[in-house]
Write a protein that binds this ligand. Structure first.
Ligand code: GUN
Length: 286
């Protein structure tokens, strides 16, 4: 039997509808929710991402500000802008779009963002909080994966979960989130020997490698839950994931497509983090 598709667009729609109600409740209390997005330079892909974030905010009533700075912006100017946003009571989330021009120190920039407004979850203390099981913002993409797994009622406790990829943005936080839910987690990398031996033992397989179609059906345990975080453009212009969808869907129990799987959840969880930040600022504990 072919796999059931985990529809990220449907999960995103469901989650955003719930968020919209919380945004309305904040506005009714005179505490409207606000996100600032800083973009430095004119990387075309970054401009598309930022525009999509601003648009998504507008769709559920979150106030957003897009701050465009030139590629040669002085370090001090950028840090001062972040400092002003940290102090702005109308702004609850601050996001600095990456990558940054090379003259800027990414770590310094990200760590200038107030922990209370770090809705990307990229601040080292936010990462530390996730590691320690303390409250803090979770990076949006792996958080979105958790929402998809929960929406489809995938049992996590005791499951063998394999994450391929160890980035700070996806692989490592994903592993920690699954571990926090009592999954038995293995992290694989491009250096892992006999990758298929690990993937074939996975009840839940999350793939975030950036390599088109590298996981094939023969590497998947029958009935497994497969989550594809990759998005790659093929020479013919089509998009594909890190999982070879057709062969994987013939073996898996549940699978996310690309596009329409994890992608729509990343911005959704940015909205969720921003609403949560605004509720915390208004002393609402959702
Ligand atoms: N660049 C690519 N993805 C992201 C993201 O999720 N957040 C930020 N800040 N920059 C990115």
């Amino acid at each position: 039997m072919p796999a059931t598709v985990m529809d990220g667009i449907a999960v995103a729609r469901h989650t955003r509808a719930q968020l919209e109600g919380r945004v309305e409740a904040l506005a009714a209390r005179g505490a409207p929710c606000g996100l600032a997005v800083i973009i430095v330079g004119d990387n075309p892909a970054s401009r598309v991402y930022v525009r999509n974030k601003v648009k998504a905010c507008g769709e559920i009533g979150i106030h957003s500000e897009m701050i465009e700075l030139p590629a040669d912006v002085a370090r001090e100017t950028l840090l001062a802008r972040i400092g002003a946003l940290n102090a702005d009571p109308g702004i609850h989330g601050i996001l600095v779009q990456l990558p940054l021009p090379r003259h800027l120190d990414v770590k310094e920039v990200l760590e200038t963002i107030s922990l209370l407004k770090d809705v990307d979850g990229f601040h080292v203390e936010s990462m530390g909080a996730l590691m320690a099981g303390l409250p803090g913002f979770w990076p949006c993409t792996p958080y979105g994966v958790m929402m998809i797994l929960d929406y489809y009622k995938v049992p996590l406790s005791g499951a063998n979960a394999v994450v391929i990829g160890r980035s700070n943005i996806v692989g490592k936080p994903q592993a920690l989130m699954l571990l926090a839910r009592d999954a038995t987690v293995t992290i694989c990398t491009s250096m892992t020997r006999d990758l298929a031996r690990h993937t074939r033992a996975a009840d839940i397989l999350v793939v975030a490698t950036g390599r088109a179609r590298m996981v094939t059906g023969d590497m998947i345990k029958p009935g497994a839950v497969v989550v594809d975080v990759g998005i790659n453009r093929l020479p013919d212009g089509k998009l594909c994931g890190d999982v070879d969808y057709d062969s994987a869907a013939a073996v898996a129990g549940l699978i996310t497509p690309v596009p329409g799987g994890v992608g729509p959840m990343t911005i959704t969880m940015l909205l969720a983090n921003t609403v949560h930040a605004a509720e915390s600022a208004a002393d609402i504990h959702a």
